[in-house]
Design a protein around this ligand. Structure first.
Ligand code: EPS
Length: 372
């Protein structure tokens, strides 16, 4: 009801504010026996972290994870796993001019309308800092999915403002701080972001996330559809305003003869559906895209109102991201992993003794995965 818990069988409940002493989460329902150490979190938390390049917030957090429970001698015990990260670099003074007023386009106003009280220091629960624990929980989910099903989840940025990649190479994505699949365009992105930062404005982004190796059969009709839960999970990431599964909104212009993914004994001939039919995985790659809005905290003055409803100008100080999409790739991967592990456990609970049925069509017939 209060909206801080995610999942049905594999659940995680996160807590903490951006400028509080710590953030954390409790994962419940994790299967026992999974190898887990605090170092396991460092790669994905580092990929999400602020200050990784000059194009993100310059807040420097260590983001080191303390495992408080649920792990014995490096393996999960099946009991709740509590994870804690202490905040060490909050600068609440940056927000002192916002105590009595609302940033346009920010959750300041809606939190106030809902709760009638707010902690005005930092973004609180609406801050991108909240996504840290999603990524931490996602690390656990990714580990289990890989160990038990060989599932690999990866993401990238496919649009920054109006810039799109000219070519698509997954192998290049981790070689630059934009998670961009076209190495020939990195200088262009740098120039674009430098100019944007100087202007004081912000911009949106599109990201793509793919899960390969998901077996057929995961997902529950009618209200627990895999694509419905994936859409909700991705939409729950701060700043996300659009989600597409498979070809997403491009399906509007496709004819049925193109959109249907034809099947041959050698495999599927395309993947417009994003690996999901009727809310259930087909065995193909699960693919999704998200649209993130431009950051609302800007140093450019904007018109707003104060707590008394009087007109005021608002200027945001602090160390804000001119494009939150630059750091969002590991967050989208985490949400994909959290949806998949939950569906996997639910599938195992109800249908674990259903034997594999024929025919089982290969994920693809050797065709390249479309880049967009
Ligand atoms: C954020 C504003 C900035 C970012 C923060 C997200 O916070 P602050 O003003 O306290 O530096 O640094 O991101 C993180 C701290 C993080 O770990 O992602 C916001 O308003 O969303």
């Amino acid at each position: 009801m209060a909206g801080n818990t995610f999942g049905t069988l594999f659940t995680f409940t996160s807590f903490g504010e951006s400028h509080g002493p710590a953030i954390g989460c409790v994962i419940d329902g994790c299967p026992p026996g999974l190898s887990l150490h605090s170092e396991d979190f460092s790669i994905d938390l580092g990929r999400r972290a602020t200050g990784r390049s000059r194009h993100t917030s310059q807040r420097h957090e260590s983001d080191s994870v303390e495992i408080l429970s649920g792990v014995y001698q490096g393996r999960t015990t099946g009991t709740p796993i509590a994870l804690l990260i202490r905040n060490t670099d909050a600068r609440s003074g940056d927000y002192s001019n916002l105590l009595d007023r609302f940033r346009p386009g920010h959750a300041d106003y809606t939190y106030w309308q809902k709760y009638g009280i707010r902690d005005p220091h930092g973004g609180g629960r609406a801050s991108a800092r909240e996504t840290t624990m999603r990524v931490a929980a996602g690390v656990v989910a990714k580990k289990w999915l890989f160990k038990h099903h060989g599932i690999c989840i990866r993401g990238c940025m496919t649009q920054l403002g109006s810039l799109r990649p000219d070519r698509f190479d997954w192998d290049e994505v981790e070689n630059n701080s934009f998670f961009w699949p076209d190495p020939g365009q990195i200088q262009k992105l740098e120039t674009y972001m430098n100019a944007l930062r100087k202007s004081g404005d912000s911009v949106g982004a599109r990201l793509r996330v793919v899960a390969e190796g998901v077996p057929p059969g995961w997902g529950e009709p009618v209200y627990g559809k895999l694509d419905a839960e994936l859409a909700a999970a991705l939409m729950s990431i701060n700043a996300v305003k659009g989600v597409g599964i498979g070809d997403g909104f491009d399906v509007i212009e496709q004819s049925g003869s193109i959109h249907r993914d034809e099947m041959t004994p050698q495999g599927f001939l395309s993947n417009h559906a994003g690996g999901i039919l009727g809310g259930i995985s087909t065995g193909q790659a699960i693919t999704a895209s998200i649209a993130l809005k431009p950051t609302s905290s800007l140093r450019l003055p904007a018109r707003s109102v104060d707590l008394n409803g009087h007109p005021v100008d608002v200027v945001s100080k602090g160390r804000h991201d001119p494009c939150v999409g630059i750091r969002a790739t590991p967050i989208t991967e985490a949400m994909m992993a959290l949806v998949l592990i939950d569906q996997a456990l639910r599938h195992r609970a109800q249908c674990g003794d259903v034997p594999p049925v024929s025919p089982r069509i290969a994920a693809d017939a050797g065709l390249d995965t479309p880049s967009e």
